[in-house]
Write a protein that binds this ligand. Structure first.
Ligand code: C2E
Ligand code: CA
Ligand code: CA
Length: 277
């Protein structure tokens, strides 16, 4: 797929349009776990396209393709709409989850995203406090003045905002302070090796401290083993996301997984008579 030349790209672009119109794109959901209580309060929606010939196409490729052709706005609106629909269904069933949706760098350059998000929330009656928008550090820093403006509109609506892939870009602390964000997501490249690599551990620890000093919550992504989870606990990270907890899975599987894990968490939280004696 990497070497596909432009004709192939055009073909794939047409197929992507078609897949979107026929509702053939999907969202998978990955839980985020509270490091302190072990509870699941939120999940990230991740785009999936199971192409009839090529199989699953990496979401980065879908997004890059959509960005090159100006189709990204439609893709993002589809993702937002689908995630809100799913989260609303869950809320009706008593499953209260904050759903995170990724915005592309291109969405940030386009004022109409604000209008569309507002319209989607109004139409669905979905409470903005259950929506998080994740935007990469690089996307925010490409035009920080503009980002401050656009993000302020979204934040004023009551939506939660997260800086994604934190640590891979070039944030200026001055801007970070001015951005109306609620959360930093430490990039998995630092988290995955932090137990073995002291440099990575230092970066993770400093990021957690920085975030807390700025009044922000921290999510570590790419948590794959218990040692990493334990270290994150020691470093007072707030939330963990990664294969250790669950891979991204379809909505139905997510629901089953959540039922299972919640019953286990409850047991773990009330260790019966052991504490009393
Ligand atoms: P991201 O936003 O940083 O999302 C996290 C990625 O890390 C996901 O890859 C997830 O499956 C993967 N991941 C989670 N836990 C682990 C772990 O423990 N170990 C490892 N090795 N990986 C883990 P995915 O789903 O392939 O998505 C890749 C990227 O594509 C995302 O990175 C995001 O930048 C982009 N993306 C996905 N869906 C969307 C979307 O709807 N809109 C936009 N604009 N971008 C999207
Ligand atoms: Ca993300
Ligand atoms: Ca990332």
């Amino acid at each position: 797929i990497q070497d596909r030349h432009s004709v192939g790209k055009l073909g794939l672009m047409a197929e992507l349009r078609n897949a979107l119109n026929k509702n053939k794109l999907e969202l998978f959901y990955q839980p985020k776990r509270c490091v302190v209580t072990n509870e699941i309060h939120s999940a990230e929606a991740l785009l999936r396209w199971n192409h009839p010939e090529h199989g699953f196409i990496p979401p980065e490729e879908i997004i890059a393709l959509a960005e090159q052709t100006g189709f990204i706005h439609d893709v993002t609106v589809w993702v937002l709409e689908s995630a809100i629909k799913q989260a609303s269904l869950w809320i009706k069933k008593g499953i209260k989850l904050n759903i995170a949706v990724n915005l592309s760098a291109h969405n940030l350059q386009d004022e109409k995203i604000v209008k569309h998000v507002r319209a989607l929330l109004a139409e669905s009656g979905f409470s903005p406090k259950y929506l998080t928008l994740e935007i990469t550090e690089n996307a925010m820093m490409a035009d920080p003045e503009h980002a401050v403006k656009l993000l302020s509109h979204l934040s004023a609506m009551g939506i939660r905002l997260a800086v994604d892939d934190f640590g891979t870009g070039f944030s200026s602390l001055g801007y970070l302070k001015r951005l109306p964000v609620n959360e930093l997501k430490i990039d998995k490249s630092f988290v995955m090796d932090m137990v073995k690599n002291d440099n990575d551990a230092v970066i993770v620890r400093s990021t957690i401290d920085l975030a807390h000093n700025l009044g922000l919550k921290v999510v570590a992504e790419g948590v794959e083993d218990n040692d990493t989870m334990d270290l994150l606990k020691i470093l007072r990270c707030d939330t963990a996301q990664g294969y250790l907890i669950s891979k991204p899975v379809p909505a139905k599987d997510f629901e089953k997984w959540l039922k299972n894990t919640n019953s286990q968490t409850k047991v773990a939280h009330h260790p019966s008579s052991r504490n009393i004696s």
